[in-house]
Design a protein around this ligand. Sequence first.
Ligand SMILES: [Zn+2]
Length: 355
Amino acid sequence: MVLFVGAKDLWFLTTSTMRNILSTKSNLLSGKVELHVHLDGAARHSTLYELAKRKNLPLPGDGTLEDLEKAIVRTEGISLYHFLSPYKFYNDYYKGDLDAIERFAYEFIEDCSKNNVAYVEVRYMPHKLLGTELYQMLGYEGLKETVRRVYQGLKRGEDEFQVKSKSILSCATKWPVDTVPDTLRLAQNCTHYGVVGIDLLSIQPETGPHGRFFGGVQYDRQAVEIYHTDRVGHGYSVVEDSNIYNSCLQKRIHFECCPWSSYLTGAVPFHTRTHPIAQFAKDNANFSLNSDDPTLTGRYLNEDYQLAQSWGFSREQFKIIMWRYTSGDIEVETYLSTTETDCKVILNKIWSNMN
Ligand SMILES: [Zn+2]
């Protein structure tokens, strides 16, 4: 069993043999791998709008799709709390609606294909998707059905758009109940629904000197030294502490970096001269590029790669990221617990775009 801990998210995964690979084509990459993205943070605005209209739920502003987009998409990097605040109203549009959740999953895969993603690990909190009321009524079985419906949507998408996907279940100790025990049980029992890991959300209040970086370097230290993680979500604060940073470099700890969300959560100020991700590249750290929450950033993975390009990332650097997946430098044991053929299809798809 491999343990992964994030500065914002903490998770661990179990087994596998298949490597993730990335490849390049023109300036942007094709056959990309995405490891850090939230399912309900990747819902289409148009779908949310349709759901709200159909259910007669309150919409922001004048009730137009444009006003909904304006209320959801973050444009300033104020704080993680501010970044996540649109969930407070739009969660009502889909919670407990398993048809909507399955649709999210299906459309998510279509959007992945538009961004040339070959393999994605998408994360979600079953308790949040099901909603507290239904959870109280249905308990564990309701959660399991939620996982099944997500899987069904992902699978339909996979069949249609040829993007391979797996799921990571998010949980938290205080949301608004401790969701960890259920999630551990689900993870054990739902591998046949493509579940490959657990993500323990540990969102810190973003005030004080450490607010800048999702809870600060002390949290990264905890991730690495206490949980002995192999993968860290975000983790930008490690560059602030040379001891912990050098230790991460030495151990080849993987950072799941999310360019646009790093700014829009306020984790990294827009005016930062050298973005920590650019520093990671300079120091040959072990990292990937991910989209985190396209619904909230208003930007999909291709735009995260474009942002990295604006920091000076070259095609060669993107290739270095790709080689991490192929060389085993990254301990991403992807959960293609499937067949040799599946592995070959993905490998071929990615490698065919390499040159
Ligand atoms: Zn995240």
